[in-house]
Design a protein around this ligand. Structure first.
Ligand SMILES: Cc1cc2nc3c(=O)[nH]c(=O)nc-3n(C[C@H](O)[C@H](O)[C@H](O)COP(=O)(O)OP(=O)(O)OC[C@H]3O[C@@H](n4cnc5c(N)ncnc54)[C@H](O)[C@@H]3O)c2cc1C
Length: 406
């Protein structure tokens, strides 16, 4: 099977930035994209909040990201990731199955973004980008002093209505239910805002306008009566979902309730060597600039991870004989023992590698290391001996049994 150092799923702002950083760090990078590279931003007419680009078309910005990644030699493949699986034991253990065959990767960065749901009414598609929007932070500022409609009744709709009320003269908050689904505190705050007018128990049948949005046709679900409301913008917030279908059989990756991937500050997921960046992860603000920032972090974290893996492999699995002290890097007493061992080994000219088993679960699993801290003797890539240790004397005794390695 084809093996690559870093495979990135999704060539939106997060994936493309990850590719730039990983290539500049000298890594081999393959990007998988099932649609058009550039990602969601391709679907917006104008972007004016990406630093350095005062105004850009969405398509132009997406293209600039791609050209930048190509300049550093990232390889692209038009294909869809369909499933992934992981084995804790081997390098190249991340298997990505695509509609064009399987690939194994030493590290995987998931940047597959999210998909927003459409309201599904007449005129929505035709006027998308011409007054119909799915992002208040992106487009709210274009509606200064104008009336707008928000469709939806969940947290996003209510929060974004409040955000839009900073600019718009009036915000009609149109919800099919008789009560909002959003958190009570958000609803109470929004309803205190004189610019927000709730329109309950109603659906939008049609968004009308010649070239730009001019009005919406609203129908009461109980009465069946329709009325026309003049607005210049329609913001649709009826749900957004992460693009994680290809993870459906992989229970190892931790996600929150709706399926957003949970990461730490280095974008690492619950699976060692698998990172997630951009809109697909559980985060506060889903924008190009934050996706790009995540991508950069994920790439450098993947680089650090792989460098460490390759280093450990060279020092542990290649030599005829090697000693390693396996510790848990989150345990103070283990760290103290590692420090003492390091001081002693330098003075004595002995070679002992310290391995944080907490951050290297794969190697720990592969060697079947039990209780920590543990001294391990490796011989030609295989574990020859292992003993649990608790003091520097234990470490010295372990090495003394076979003689030091200089
Ligand atoms: C209409 C609209 C307007 C917006 N306007 C702005 C704005 O003005 N400013 C701003 O900062 N942000 C804006 N955003 C938000 C911004 O586009 C996103 O935050 C950003 O694109 C997220 O980047 P990403 O790389 O995480 O994901 P995405 O851009 O969603 O990219 C993910 C990529 O992964 C691919 N993919 C998904 N699944 C697979 C798979 N299984 N196999 C292969 N490929 C896959 C997708 O095809 C896609 O290209 C807007 C969003 C929308 C929808």
């Amino acid at each position: 099977m084809e093996n690559r150092q870093i495979v990135i799923i999704g060539a939106g702002p997060a994936g493309l930035t990850a590719a730039i950083y990983a290539r500049r760090a000298g890594m081999d990078v393959l990007l998988l994209e099932r649609g058009v590279s550039g990602g969601q931003i391709n679907s917006t007419a104008e972007v004016e909040n990406y630093p350095g680009f005062k105004v850009s078309s969405g398509l132009g910005l997406g293209q600039a990201f791609r050209e930048h990644a190509e300049r550093f030699g990232a390889e692209f493949r038009d294909c869809s990731a369909e499933s992934v699986s992981f084995s804790v034991f081997e390098q190249g253990d991340k298997i990505i199955r695509t509609d064009r065959g399987g690939i194994s990767a030493d590290a995987l960065i998931i940047c597959s973004g999210s998909t927003f749901k459409r309201a599904g009414c007449k005129g929505e598609m035709e006027l998308a980008g011409h007054g119909v929007s799915y992002c208040a932070v992106c487009d709210g500022v274009f509606y200064e002093g104008a009336p707008v409609a928000v469709i939806g009744g969940g947290n996003a709709a209510v929060e974004e209505a409040e955000y839009l009320a900073k600019f718009a003269s009036k915000v009609y908050l149109i919800h099919r239910g008789e009560e909002f689904r959003a958190q009570r505190v958000l609803v109470e705050r929004a309803l205190c805002n004189p610019r927000i007018e709730p329109v309950m128990g109603c659906v939008v049948d049609e968004i009308e306008g010649k070239d730009m949005v001019e009005r919406v046709v609203v129908r009461g679900l109980r009465s069946g009566e329709t009325r026309t409301v003049s607005v210049e913008g329609v913001f649709v917030f009826v749900g957004t979902a992460p693009n994680v279908d290809f993870l459906k059989d992989s229970e190892d990756i931790r996600m929150d309730g709706p399926g957003w991937i949970v990461t730490d500050g280095k974008m690492e997921t619950s699976v060692e060597g698998v990172f997630a960046a951009g809109d697909v992860r559980d985060k506060f603000l889903r924008q190009v600039v934050t996706a790009a920032g995540d991508g950069a972090t994920a790439a450098m974290a993947a680089y650090e991870y792989l460098s460490n893996q390759y280093y450990l492999k060279d020092r542990l699995f290649v030599p005829e004989r090697a000693y390693a002290l396996f510790i848990s890097g989150i345990d103070e007493s283990h760290l103290a023992l590692a420090g003492e061992t390091e001081d002693w080994r330098r003075g004595a000219g002995v070679s002992v590698l310290t391995v944080d088993a907490h951050r290297n679960l794969r190697i720990k699993g592969k060697l079947g290391i039990g209780e920590l801290p543990a001294m391990v003797e490796m011989s030609c890539g295989k574990k020859a001996r292992e003993t649990a240790v608790s003091s520097l004397d234990d470490v010295k005794n372990f090495i003394g049994a076979r003689g030091p390695l200089h």
